[in-house]
Design a protein. Structure first.
Length: 279
């Protein structure tokens, strides 16, 4: 009878993905069935952890995150949780042999968000990016390669670059909201009062380099995931282009978005490229 509970747990993770991120769910829908479920499960887990540290204002975030971690540990040990998000995540962890150190690195970055507002050095910044984004890319990669360690090792660097690029685009887009709502700035030594075109382009150049390295790996992904990941790449690259063409002063005042009609266009272009074996 646990099958029904597991099915409901998976639907919860799918709903979390669809409600919280239209852009991520856009690419996820293009993954093969056996892969898609696990990516929903991973996203549900990381999103709930992120929600604890970013949005549960007025509650004891540290206590909530600690309880979330304790419940996760119980779920991983006993292969069940009454929290449907953790139940679906533990299933994907065991099915895909997701490494414990990836999960711990992610939770470490979440704990960092509880008390750290600025990043003064590149080392601090890179460590946070690794834990909050790179390891999520690696969790997904473990799903895509289905236990093939050789392929995983070959694509590991590209997966980390893609995770970094996605996260940095989010940081740049949410520059104003992060500072005003959370009093948080991720880019090292960035003074928002002096944020100008030079500062913006330095960040964009860094992200474009991440995307360039990531694209090499995307073309080498198994077919079960190549179209979905490429579509997500195209969306975030489009968002980066919009940020590049938006004056720095406007980035500090408004959240830049990709309109739905452009998302659909990117989806169609990606699908055609995939169908004609150009991807």
């Amino acid at each position: 009878m646990k099958d029904q509970f597991d099915s409901i747990s998976y639907e919860c993770s799918k709903l979390v993905t669809q409600r919280y991120s239209t852009s991520f769910s856009l690419g996820t829908r293009l993954l093969e069935d056996g892969v898609r479920m696990h990516i929903y499960n991973i996203y549900g887990f990381v999103r709930f952890a992120d929600e604890i540290v970013d949005t549960f204002h007025g509650f004891d975030k540290e206590l909530l995150l600690q309880k979330f971690e304790e419940d996760l540990a119980h779920a991983l040990e006993h292969k069940i949780s009454l929290n449907p998000i953790l139940n679906s995540f533990q299933y994907s962890v065991h099915e895909n042999n997701i490494q414990p150190e990836l999960i711990e690195a992610f939770l470490k970055s979440m704990r960092t968000d509880l008390h750290k507002q600025t990043y003064q050095t590149e080392e601090e910044y890179k460590e946070y990016i690794y834990g909050s984004a790179d390891v999520v890319g690696l969790m997904c990669l473990q799903v895509f390669v289905k236990g093939d360690q050789e392929v995983y090792d070959k694509l590991k660097s590209a997966a980390m670059s893609l995770g970094s690029a996605f996260q940095k685009v989010n940081f740049l887009r949410d520059l104003n909201a992060d500072f005003k709502t959370l009093d948080r700035t991720y880019f090292p030594n960035l003074n928002l009062s002096n944020f100008d075109e030079v500062s913006k382009m330095k960040i964009i150049d860094e992200i474009e380099n991440d995307f360039k390295q990531a694209l090499v790996g995307i073309y080498k992904l198994p077919k079960n995931s190549r179209l979905g990941v490429y579509t997500a790449y195209r969306y975030y690259h489009k968002l980066l282009t919009k940020l590049k063409n938006t004056p720095s002063v406007k980035i500090q005042k408004a959240r830049i978005r990709v309109p739905n009609y452009q998302k659909m266009s990117l989806l169609a272009q990606s699908y055609i490229k995939f169908r004609f074996n150009l991807l």
